[in-house]
Ligand binder design. Structure first.
Ligand SMILES: [Cu+2]
Length: 121
């Protein structure tokens, strides 16, 4: 089962993501509501906030403020921002409800969770 859709690992691809949301909204996927974007900062080897609750169709954007590279990688490896160097960001859109535990591929002790509310389809 596919839970998420990767949009981009590069901040510069944000336009592509915006285009996706626009077309999705017009096709009725989100009942006319475009998803919101939530930011998670990675700093001092922590995801901030470590717990985040969002709605289906919302996007989470991770921004790495550390010198060390990090990732946000689903615990089941179903999704991954890829390697984020300092000041790089990566975005993942979550389209189905559920609890999505994740970690940093380079530093597995770094853990956090995204909870996607809403009805299961
Ligand atoms: Cu890391």
């Amino acid at each position: 089962m596919r839970h998420v859709m990767r949009i981009s690992a590069e901040f510069g691809s944000a336009l592509l993501g915006a285009t996706f949301f626009l077309s999705a909204a017009f096709s009725g996927t989100f009942a006319g509501e475009a998803g919101q974007t939530h930011q998670v900062v990675i700093a001092k080897f922590k995801f901030i906030p470590a717990e985040l609750t969002i709605q289906p169709g919302d996007t989470v954007e991770w921004i790495n403020q550390d010198i060390a590279p990090h990732t946000a990688t689903g615990s089941d490896k179903a999704w991954d921002t890829g390697r984020l160097r300092k000041n790089e960001s990566g975005a993942i859109t979550f389209s189905t409800a559920g609890q999505f535990d994740y970690f940093c591929y380079f530093h597995p002790a770094m853990k956090a969770v995204i909870t996607v509310k809403g009805k299961l389809e």
